[in-house]
Design a protein around this ligand. Sequence first.
Ligand SMILES: Cc1cc2nc3c(=O)[nH]c(=O)nc-3n(C[C@H](O)[C@H](O)[C@H](O)COP(=O)(O)OP(=O)(O)OC[C@H]3O[C@@H](n4cnc5c(N)ncnc54)[C@H](O)[C@@H]3O)c2cc1C
Length: 289
Amino acid sequence: MIPPPFDYFAPTDIQEALDLLNKYGEEAKILAGGQSLMPLLKARITTIPYLISLSEIRGLSYIDERKGALHIGAMTLDCDIELSGIIKKRFPILADAAGQLADPLVRNMGTIGGNISHADPSNDLPAVMNAIGATMIAKGRKGSREINASDFFIDTFTTALDHGEILTEIRLPFWGNSSGGSYVKFKKGTWNFSVAAVAVQLELDGKKVIRSGIATTSVGPRTLKMEKAEKFIIGKELTEDTIKQAAEMVARDSQPASDSYGSEEYKREILRRITTDAIKNAHKRAGGE
Ligand SMILES: Cc1cc2nc3c(=O)[nH]c(=O)nc-3n(C[C@H](O)[C@H](O)[C@H](O)COP(=O)(O)OP(=O)(O)OC[C@H]3O[C@@H](n4cnc5c(N)ncnc54)[C@H](O)[C@@H]3O)c2cc1C
């Protein structure tokens, strides 16, 4: 299928990209890997007269370990996230999610910034951002600002980015030494997107959980942060009963819709099971027994 005509710009610095965004306003959109935007244009679900590609701007693709946080450039490819040694060591939860995202062809083109900015409730990386407590760096003509993941994902395809802003970097704050995370995705058949998925990040002090982040994919209008379950497991040892109760809270607090992949109750049951698996795996990775 052929997309409607558009003007294509490939600025070589971020300021030029911001000027173009400002000049064309609502008629312009950023193009990153094109793996969500181009299918929408080709199917003529949307028309965008001006596309501003970030692909020629240097310095937007990196994974840097800095003091206190891992800094990831917005144009870093999903395949580079999946295969990065530092991400596997520091945030295996993110390597889990990137490795299960779509297929190698899509991962070779799609970017972390695009996956997050698109804010499709079925995209895998937003839940991981919520579980880790990431900070997004947005650049506009007037400067940069930081947005916490918990404030970033507002609704389906809607983020806290203003129209004139570009997401340039994602910062993942380091958790303590006894921490670990896991992303568990349940999908059906050959369809890449999940029926339901859950991201769990934990930190332990001895046998007790001292910090937790839990968020879901595909079971609401956006990724949902499971605050009740997060709070519930803090200060507790992860016994079978505690895990069961936390998984029940996630199933209850999610907002699944019945569709061709299953009923609402079926999806809640999937959530109970995958949350149990994700908590157990995160606990193991955090050094728990
Ligand atoms: C066959 C197929 C299967 C897929 N399966 C999955 C899956 O299982 N899980 C999953 O998570 N995703 C999946 N995807 C989506 C894929 O991960 C996309 O790559 C991703 O959602 C968008 O990233 P992109 O870099 O391609 O962004 P684009 O498609 O280029 O852009 C997407 C949107 O984000 C905006 N945008 C992009 N970058 C920025 C930025 N830096 N600042 C501000 N706005 C920006 C664009 O304007 C656009 O609105 C699939 C895609 C395909 C085609």
